[in-house]
Design a binder for this molecule. Structure first.
Ligand code: COA
Length: 395
C-alpha cells in the first residue's frame, strides 16, 4: 500500500493533538428504530408512540410485549392466543433443570441466567432455521422461560425444590409464585407487572446495543441475548438498584441521610439510582415506581423509614444537582424499595430487570435483522506507527 493511500494519517493521533470522538458512543445514532424513544429533556418514554404512563396504568406485561413485538395492540383473541403461548413455554427442558441443579449455589443469579440462556441455545434442535417466524418463536420462548430460570435457580441455591409454573397466573404473578411457592398479594402481583412493563424496552442502552452488535454478525439470538444479560449485570446499568439498597443500609437511618449524601457528593461519589446518559430530567419510570413504593409503605410499616430516606435523598440530589447537572432519580432508585417490600433478595433485582428486558432485547434483535448491517466502527489509533519486531535477545 502506498503512503498516499494509507489511512494512518487520518486515524493516528499526532503527539499532543486532541482528536474528537464520542466516548461511550454518547449521542451517536446507530440505527433507525420504531420500538421505543426517550425524550431525555422532557423526561418522557414512549413504546411505539404510547406514553409509558398509559401502558403502566392500563396494559399488562403480556399485552405490552405483544404490542412491542408486532406493532399493534392485540385483539381479545390474539392476546389470549399469545398469552397461552407464553404460558406453555414457561416450562424448562429437563436438561436445563438438571443443569441448574448443578450450578454452584454461590453463583450470582445473573450468571445463572446467562448460562441458562446459553444452554437453551445448545438445546435448540432447529438451529439452521433463522427465518423471522422461527426467531419470533424463539423470542417468545425466551420471554416465557427467563422468569422460570431465575425462580428455579433461586430455589436451588436455597436448597428448595423447584415450583412448577402455575398456568392460571399471569407472567408477573407466576414469577412471584415460582419464587416463593405461595400466591403473592394483589399489590405484589400488580407492582411486579408494572415493573415488567416499565423495564421492557429502553431504546439504545448498553445491553440492547450488545444484543444488536452480536446478532449483526448473523450469530444466533441466544448468543445475542447472552451478551445482553452480561451487559445488564454491570453496576452502571442494571445493577444500580442493588447498589441503592446497599447505600440505604450503609446510611442506616433518616437522621444520618443528609450528612451521608453531602459527604458522598463532596467526595465526588456517584449516588446510585441518579443520573442518566439520556434523561436530564425526572425519569418517568421512577415516578411510577415511587407511587408503588408509597403503596407498599402503607401496608409494610418497616418500609416507611426506607421510603423517607429515599425521598430525602431525592430532595437533596435534585436541589444540589437537578438544575445544575440534570441529575434526577432514574428507574433504579425506587425499584429496589419495591422488591425489598416483597422480601426479594437484593441479588435478584437485576435478574428481575432482565426478565422484563428480554422483551426489548428480542424485539430489537428482530428489528436489527430486518435491515442488518454488521457493526464495525473504528478507533483512533494512539499506538506507535513505526515500531519493529524486537528479537528475544534485544528485549
Ligand atoms: N451522582 C452524583 N453525580 C453524578 C451522578 C450521580 N449518580 N451521575 C452523574 N453525576 C455527575 C458526574 O460526576 C459528572 O459530573 P462532572 O461533570 O462534574 O464530572 C456529570 O454528572 C456527568 O456524569 P457522567 O458520569 O459523565 O454521565 P454518564 O452519562 O457517563 O453516566 C450514569 C450516566 C448513569 C452511568 C451515571 O449517572 C451514574 O453512574 N449513575 C449512578 C449509577 C446508576 O444509577 N445507573 C443506572 C442508570 S439507569
Amino acid at each position: 500500500m502506498t503512503q498516499e493511500k494509507s489511512e494512518v494519517s487520518k486515524f493516528a493521533a499526532e503527539a499532543g493533538r486532541k482528536v474528537e470522538y464520542a466516548k461511550g458512543l454518547e449521542g451517536v445514532i446507530l440505527t433507525e428504530s420504531s420500538l421505543s424513544f426517550v425524550d431525555g429533556l422532557a423526561g418522557k418514554l414512549i413504546y411505539r408512540g404510547v406514553p409509558i404512563q398509559e401502558l403502566a396504568e392500563y396494559s399488562t406485561f403480556e399485552e405490552t410485549t405483544y404490542f412491542l413485538m408486532f406493532g399493534e395492540f392485540p385483539k381479545k383473541d390474539e392476546l389470549e392466543k399469545f398469552d397461552q403461548k407464553l404460558k406453555q413455554n414457561r416450562i424448562l427442558p429437563p436438561e436445563l433443570l438438571n443443569m441448574i441443579k448443578m450450578f454452584p449455589k454461590t453463583a450470582h443469579p445473573m450468571e445463572a441466567l446467562r448460562t441458562g440462556v446459553s444452554i437453551l441455545g445448545m438445546l435448540d434442535t432447529n438451529k439452521e432455521d433463522i427465518s423471522r417466524e422461527t426467531n419470533i418463536e424463539r423470542a417468545i420462548q425466551l420471554i416465557a422461560k427467563f422468569a422460570t430460570i431465575v425462580a428455579a435457580f433461586n430455589r436451588h441455591r436455597n436448597g428448595k425444590d423447584f415450583v412448577a409454573p402455575n398456568l392460571n397466573f399471569n407472567h408477573a404473578k407466576n414469577f412471584l409464585y415460582m419464587l416463593r411457592g405461595k400466591e403473592p398479594s394483589e399489590l405484589e402481583a400488580k407492582a411486579m407487572d408494572v415493573g415488567f412493563i416499565l423495564h421492557a424496552d429502553h431504546e439504545m442502552n448498553a445491553s440492547t446495543l450488545s444484543c444488536r452488535v452480536v446478532v449483526s454478525s448473523l450469530s444466533d439470538i441466544y448468543s445475542a441475548v447472552t451478551a445482553g444479560v452480561g451487559s445488564l449485570k454491570g453496576p452502571l446499568h442494571g445493577g444500580a438498584n442493588e447498589e441503592v439498597m446497599k447505600m440505604l443500609g450503609e446510611i442506616g437511618g433518616v437522621d444520618k441521610t443528609e450528612a451521608w449524601i453531602k459527604d458522598a457528593l463532596s467526595n465526588k461519589k456517584k449516588i446510585s439510582g441518579f443520573g442518566h446518559r439520556v434523561y436530564k430530567y425526572y425519569d418517568p419510570r421512577a415516578a411510577i415506581l415511587k407511587s408503588y413504593a408509597e403503596k407498599f409503605a402503607e401496608v409494610r410499616k418497616d418500609m416507611k423509614e426506607w421510603l423517607e430516606m429515599a425521598k430525602l435523598i431525592e430532595k437533596i440530589m435534585i436541589e444540589t444537582l437537578g438544575e445544575a447537572k440534570g441529575i434526577y432519580p432514574n428507574v433504579d432508585f425506587y425499584s429496589g424499595l419495591i422488591y425489598s417490600a416483597m422480601d426479594i433478595p437484593m441479588d435478584l433485582f437485576t435478574p428481575i430487570f432482565a426478565i422484563s428486558r428480554i422483551t426489548g432485547w428480542t424485539c430489537q434483535i428482530l428489528e436489527q435483522l430486518v435491515d442488518n448491517r454488521i457493526y464495525r466502527p473504528r478507533a483512533i489509533y494512539i499506538g506507535s506507527i513505526d515500531a519493529h519486531y524486537v528479537p528475544m535477545d534485544k528485549r
